[in-house]
Design a protein around this ligand. Structure first.
Ligand code: SF4
Length: 421
């Protein structure tokens, strides 16, 4: 009997991507063929995000397109939007066959097998690990930033036990992963639910695994304490890059967001990071158009990301999420102004990315090549999380090499190869 072909389409953050990888492994273990985008499937799983109204709209558009193009296929919707509003999803999209909230994501493989005529005893290889492997070690958050829907859809913080993380990292090393990206909704909360453990302790324990590179997907400024900085300062595999979500450079807005730090606290943290890792890059997130944001406060945020020298900035136009305190705040910024400020912040972000990349021209960097582009260039990320292109032999894909960028192009680096390491 032919096993069903299942395609998983994921929107949103790295945690959602990790969930998709787990679903893919569970489906493959039950005999399904997990196929890539673009190939026709019997079953489509849309793994949604709901962080903004735009994320919901993207999911809606994708689901309708899938139904148009594959009228016979079975359509399953899961993820954060399905968790936040399962009934709303089902009502808005009659073309969906099944809505599975986040809390039941782990059951999806069993659900799919029951739907299909496939023999659950079949086996097919688990999907290949990526050169850069994303590993979810934590889920949920209880911080309750006033704009954020995530605690409502992901629940309280939970962590994967340290022995289990180490076991999975060893598996990834075995599968030839060269970079491990530790993912979580609030990574800094790692271990709090397990008792006497922390993210710093986990990183220390991972020193014993032969993974060449380790990166954190993101760490909230209020969680980047001294113990963590001390640990990463001399960690042999820790990439010299931290993603610290700022959200606003204005103290009044930070307080209204419930972030728990001031702009000065954030600047001091960046200073501490740069003292322990002088060549580290800082990337960040900014919310634009939070309720009550004045032109002056907006400019303060734009100036602030320039002052701290962020190398990459993800710009999120504020989107009122039903049920969050910020959605009820007075002074909601019009969508026109939000759009204008988003464009303006994106221009600042592009300028900063180019300025940061230029500082690496002529210096030796370490790059992990991930794939070969159609034009023959290999591409990968440097340790400092910069996109790099290099005309080099295809055999270097999956390898870490030392190269010297000769040029900055649109915030990325162009380099000539030196030697594999
Ligand atoms: S820390 Fe704030 S922004 Fe991050 S998931 Fe928790 S509530 Fe949301």
């Amino acid at each position: 009997m032919t096993p069903p072909a299942v395609s998983i389409l994921t929107l949103g953050c790295k945690v959602n991507q990790c969930d998709a990888d787990e679903m893919a492994s569970a489906l493959a273990a039950r005999g399904c063929r997990v196929i890539g985008r673009g190939q026709p499937a019997d079953i489509y799983i849309v793994n949604t995000c709901t962080v903004t109204a735009t994320a919901d709209a993207k999911a809606r558009k994708l689901i309708r397109k899938l139904r148009r193009e594959h009228p016979e296929a079975h359509l399953i919707v899961t993820g954060c939007w399905a968790q936040r509003d399962a009934e709303g999803v089902a009502a808005a999209l009659p073309e969906v066959n099944l809505v599975v909230p986040n809390t039941r994501k782990r059951e999806i493989a069993a659900i799919v097998v029951n739907l299909s005529p496939a023999d659950s005893g079949l086996s097919s290889p688990a999907p290949r690990a990526r050169t850069r492997a994303f590993l979810k070690i934590q889920d949920g958050c209880d911080h309750r930033c006033t704009y954020c829907i995530v605690p409502h859809v992901r629940g309280r913080p939970t962590s994967t036990s340290m022995p289990e993380v180490i076991r999975r990292v060893e598996e990834l090393v075995e599968a030839k992963a060269k970079e491990l990206v530790l993912c979580g909704i609030r990574l800094g909360a790692y271990g709090r639910d397990l008792g006497d453990t922390s993210l710093a302790q986990l990183l220390r324990a991972l020193r014993g695994t032969p993974i060449p590179r380790i990166r954190l997907s993101s760490i909230e400024p209020m969680d980047a304490g001294e113990d963590l900085l001390v640990e990463i300062a001399d960690h042999p595999s820790f990439c010299h890059h931290l993603h610290l979500p700022l959200q606003s450079g204005d103290d009044e807005l930070l307080a209204a967001m419930g972030r728990g730090y001031t702009a000065a606290d954030f600047a001091a943290l960046v200073g501490r990071v740069r003292r322990v890792l002088p060549d580290a890059t800082i990337t960040t997130d900014i919310v634009v158009g939070f309720p009550g944001e004045t032109e002056e406060q907006f400019k303060r945020s734009a100036d602030f990301i320039g002052r701290i020298g962020a190398s990459r900035v993800h710009v999120f136009p504020y989107s009122p999420r039903p049920g969050t305190p910020a959605a009820r705040l007075p002074g909601q910024v019009s969508s026109r102004v939000r759009r204008e400020r988003t464009e303006c912040m994106l221009a600042v972000a592009r300028h900063l990315a180019r300025a940061a990349a230029r500082t690496w021209v002529g210096r030796t960097v370490s790059v992990l090549f991930e794939e070969r582009e159609a034009d023959g260039h290999l591409t990968g990320l440097t340790e400092q999380y910069m996109r790099l292109y290099c005309r080099a032999p295809a055999s270097l894909v999956g390898q870490i090499a030392e190269v010297t960028p000769t040029q900055e192009i649109d915030g990325a680096l162009l380099a000539e190869p030196q030697s594999p390491s």
